[in-house]
Design a protein around this ligand. Structure first.
Ligand code: G3I
Length: 301
């Protein structure tokens, strides 16, 4: 199991303390947005990899594993995709070209990808993003098929939030993963774990995650943060409750032998939730919080 974090290239380049805190504490790196379609294919079939190449090459030069995030998502898309409707044939060709160009470009440098991100709603229905609307539900297996063809050695993941414990969302993800696994198209499932206090019990997480492990896919905690907004106690009590939430996730991760445990950022100063959420294991001054001790003391090597 490796400890990882989502990281931003502009912060790595511009903030030495951010850079050193990451380098000293994490083994894997998920680019927070730099590999997403809006940045890598800003114009149709005109790819822009200079920025992400510099980022990925820096990570490899520092012996970090890069987790590719994400090839097909309904958000952070370039305007040329979202500004019109497409025929199924047209958008399928666009999706195939995007996936195969990006995966081939990073082949040998990025060993695993979130192929599809957040495809279901909390009631277990297909999220009506442009891919679902203009291609249909087949966009998901097609995306995995194109990625598998582009780099047969890469580990291919499905990634989602609110599917961490039993419920219709988790069931939809489970049924998808089971179908993709039967076709030899998937290797991992990312449980994002964007949670609020108090977080989930170890048992609830383990019960859900175990069924994915039984399918033969690796469970990844892919984007964890624990939002402390609205906690009624003191800041010290909030940090203790937060540490316990991280601890329970780490224990459940050990229970199912997670391959990766990744937080979505590592310092409150650069969390997508804003610093007031105080959601990450390091505070805004890059000081380790009790959550960090909880993670590092519990997670199996
Ligand atoms: O787009 C510019 C880019 O051109 C510029 O170089 C860069 C540096 O200034 O800024 C970029 O702006 C914003 C970027 O975050 C950096 O702050 C984008 O406008 C903004 O959309 C982007 O938001 C990211 C969001 O995904 C959309 O990509 C968040 O940082 C990131 O935390 C969030 O992460 C998502 C996961 O991918 C999926 N799971 C949920 C998670 C949280 O929403």
């Amino acid at each position: 199991m490796t400890l990882g974090s989502a990281v931003r290239w502009d912060k790595i380049q511009g903030d030495p303390t951010y850079r050193q805190t990451f380098l000293s504490n994490f083994q894997t790196l998920t680019p927070e947005y730099e590999l997403k379609m809006a940045d890598t294919e800003p114009q149709q079939n005109q790819f822009a990899f200079n920025y992400s190449d510099a980022f990925v090459n820096w990570a490899l030069a520092n012996n970090k594993i890069v987790h590719g995030h994400t090839l097909v998502w309904g958000s952070y898309l370039p305007a040329w995709v979202t500004s019109r409707r497409w025929s199924r044939t047209q958008l399928t060709a666009i999706m195939k070209n995007h996936i195969q160009t990006e995966v081939a470009h990073f082949k040998g440098r990025i060993p695993e990808w979130d192929v599809v991100n957040e495809a279901f709603t909390d009631d277990g229905k297909l999220r009506q993003n442009i891919w679902a609307q203009d291609i249909g539900s087949s966009y998901i297996p097609l995306a995995f098929k194109y990625a598998r063809a582009a780099d047969p050695a890469a580990r291919l993941c499905y990634n989602d939030y609110n599917a961490e414990v039993a419920g219709p969302h988790a069931d939809a993800v489970y049924n998808l993963v089971k179908s993709l696994k039967a076709q030899g198209l998937i290797d991992c499932v990312g449980m994002q774990m964007h949670v609020r206090l108090p977080g989930y019990s170890e048992q609830a997480l383990r019960t859900n995650w175990q069924r994915f492990a039984v399918l033969g896919v690796s469970v990844y905690v892919s984007e964890m943060d624990v939002d402390t907004t609205g906690f009624s106690g003191s800041a010290v009590q909030a940090q203790a409750a937060q540490a316990d939430a991280y601890r329970r996730a780490a224990l459940a991760c050990n229970d199912v032998r997670c391959a990766r445990f990744t937080t979505w950022g590592f310092s409150d100063a650069s969390s997508w939730l804003g610093s007031a959420a105080a959601a990450l294991p390091f505070d805004a001054n890059y000081q380790a919080k009790p959550a960090w001790a909880a993670l590092t003391s519990v997670l199996a090597p």
